[in-house]
Design a protein around this ligand. Structure first.
Ligand SMILES: Nc1ncnc2c1ncn2[C@@H]1O[C@H](COP(=O)(O)OP(=O)(O)OP(=O)(O)O)[C@@H](O)[C@H]1O
Ligand SMILES: O=c1[nH]c(=O)c2[nH+]cn([C@@H]3O[C@H](COP(=O)(O)O)[C@@H](O)[C@H]3O)c2[nH]1
Ligand SMILES: NC(=O)CC[C@H](N)C(=O)O
Ligand SMILES: [Mg+2]
Length: 535
């Protein structure tokens, strides 16, 4: 089945992924590709429209990225955002200069000249009755001369050409970022571009997608066998359910207990999959192996790489065992993973080489090659909320599908510095108390539990000791930090405004019930500048 699709060319902005999120929210399929793809790639992609992302670079530097010229020659609409606008201007004969004033954060622009992009989009009016739009800016450079055929469609004092368009060719460009939620009507603008200007069909709907995905899996796998890394998290669980629907017993799930799981998680996962869904699940206790390799290591990136490496080792061993076991098994030729689109993008898979790596996620990368297995990643194109929609459509319990995400390295990145088994035990218990209270406390206003009102919540173990007093005695024990965030895409996040009474109760319970912890703090950092996990 062929869908409408939008091609997003990435120049390395940290928020390119949000452009894709917004387009998908409009139920239009899109893909992000590096800006230096070939002209042929662009011609053959079959896009209904193209969006050019922002970048940290400046177009007037000596060596800068340009959009493939084909993007402007196919007769399809193009939207340039920030750097994307600047390179569009320069490539089409306009001029870009370094500004004297940087604009970073909230700004207002005045829409001008009745463009299709801004029609009826307005947040306020100025004294003369002109429509104003609230936007989010992040730039130092600006377009100072329009390319031929273009007109100004928005401006403000700092940036007289804040948006421009050549409506005959359907080229549009904005200096601000419609993809971030701070641009209040950003979604409306992107929908306008995608649905109206590009005439893309909103045909990307998860319920309909199951049949397509099942058919693809069947075609790809044939009568071969698949093993899948099952974590009990949302992504791998939905992947397992989807693949199970497609090929049944040709699927074997491998659940690795690395000793850094949440309290009782191992049993729960087994109960769910082997017990309820009747899928083949092998549980591997590899905690000694992981903990041994992590001993003495405290650098976060080094820890992540070790954990990633050990996952590979365990999978190799299990794949070999499966082959050897006979038991009706021919041996797996495919490895399935719950990799989702943000994993691909954040690991640099679809990002231009110029973006900075913030964290190495453990799951994407050389795995199947080392295993001699082919890769099966049926969720690779989906964002988290699409995966959840798919999970519900597949009939997985809501509880499981709406669980907070849990990173593959698990408590390994929530115990700061060196990972020790004794720290993991303390952290598991403290974290279980926090989660239990979040699940049990209902917010009166919304009627929802605080677990559902937060996107991710967990406890972090700090390997520092502080002095306390308990039962008239002195304590000298460890500190844990509670972390709870609200986010829709995990790219940016706000710390959750949990009620003081809830925080108080959690703190009391942890200090009373978990001997070894005598202080609890609450993390009130947003992302950015902090990240969600502490490592
Ligand atoms: N303990 C584990 N055992 C086996 N595979 C794992 C384990 N932890 C992670 N993986 C593999 O790594 C992939 C990526 O982990 P990730 O945390 O991103 O996804 P998830 O656990 O499926 O979902 P969620 O993001 O909701 O936690 C998983 O889909 C799974 O294939
Ligand atoms: O499967 C995973 N493997 C990893 O290595 C990993 N690192 C971070 N995360 C999760 O990603 C989201 C964003 O986290 P950060 O703000 O800490 O980068 C949050 O949801 C994190 O829990 C990971 N998930
Ligand atoms: N966010 C961006 O795309 C910035 C583009 C360019 N570096 C500027 O400062 O204007
Ligand atoms: Mg997980």
């Amino acid at each position: 089945m062929s869908h409408s699709k939008i091609l997003i060319l990435d120049f390395g902005s940290q928020v390119t992924q949000l452009i894709a999120r917004r387009v998908r929210e409009a139920h239009v399929y899109c893909e992000i590709h590096p800006c230096d793809v070939s002209d042929d790639f662009v011609r053959n992609f079959g896009a209904d429209g193209i969006i050019l992302s922002g970048s940290h670079a400046s177009v007037y530097e000596e060596e800068t990225d340009k959009a493939p010229q084909a993007a402007f020659e196919l007769g399809i609409p193009v939207l340039g955002i920030c750097y994307g606008m600047q390179t569009m201007a320069q490539q089409l004969g306009g001029k870009v200069e370094a500004g004297h004033k940087r604009e970073f954060g909230y700004a207002q622009v005045r829409a001008r000249g009745h463009s299709a992009l801004f029609r009826d989009i307005q947040d306020a009016t100025n004294a003369e009755g002109h429509g104003l739009i609230d936007v989010w800016m992040s730039h130092g450079d600006k377009v100072t001369e329009l390319p031929g055929g273009f007109k100004v469609i928005a401006s403000n004092d700092t940036t007289p050409i804040a948006a421009m368009a050549d409506e005959d060719r359907k080229f549009y460009a904005v200096q601000f970022h419609p993809e971030v939620t701070h641009t209040k009507q950003g979604q409306a603008m992107l929908e306008r571009f995608v649905l109206e200007i590009c005439s893309a069909k909103p045909d990307w709907v998860m319920g309909d997608y199951i049949a397509e995905a099942v058919a693809n899996i069947k075609a790809q796998v044939g009568n071969e066998e698949v093993i899948l890394g099952l974590s009990g998290g949302v992504d791998s669980s939905v992947a397992a359910a989807l693949i199970h629907r497609a090929i049944g017993d040709q699927l074997t799930c491998v659940f690795v207990d690395h000793g850094l799981l949440r309290l009782n998680e191992g049993d729960m996962v087994m109960e769910m999959f082997a017990g309820r869904l009747h899928a083949n699940v092998i549980r591997v206790d590899a905690s000694e192996q992981f903990m041994g390799k992590l001993a003495g290591v405290s650098d976060p990136e080094a820890k992540r790489k070790i954990i990633g490496g050990e996952f590979v080792e365990v999978f190799k061993a299990e794949a070999a065992k499966l082959k050897a076991s006979g038991a009706g098994h021919k041996g797996a030729t495919f490895l399935a993973q719950g990799t989702i689109y943000p994993d691909v993008i954040e690991s640099g898979g679809a990002k231009s080489k110029k973006a900075v790596t913030i964290k190495s996620h453990h799951n994407v990368g050389g795995l199947p090659e080392q295993l001699g297995l082919k890769l099966l990643e049926p969720l690779r194109d989906l964002f988290k909320d699409e995966v959840r929609e798919l999970g519900v459509a597949l009939g997985l319990p809501r509880d499981m599908v709406y669980r907070h995400p849990f990173p593959g390295p698990g408590l390994g990145v929530r115990i700061l510095g060196e990972v020790k088994a004794e720290f993991a035990l303390l952290l598991q218990r403290a974290d279980a108390i926090f989660i239990e209270e979040l699940r049990n406390t209902v917010d009166e206003k919304s009627g929802k539990t605080w677990y559902d009102l937060t996107s991710q919540a967990f406890t972090v173990f700090l390997p520092v000791k502080s002095v306390g007093v308990m039962g008239d005695g002195r304590t000298y024990d460890y500190v844990v930090a509670l972390r709870a965030v609200v986010t829709s895409d995990f790219m940016t996040a706000h710390w959750a405004e949990l009620p003081y009474s809830l925080l108080g109760k959690v703190s009391n319970r942890i200090i009373n019930e978990v001997r070894g912890i005598n202080r609890v703090v609450y993390d009130i950092s947003g992302k950015p500048p902090a990240t969600i996990e502490w490592e």
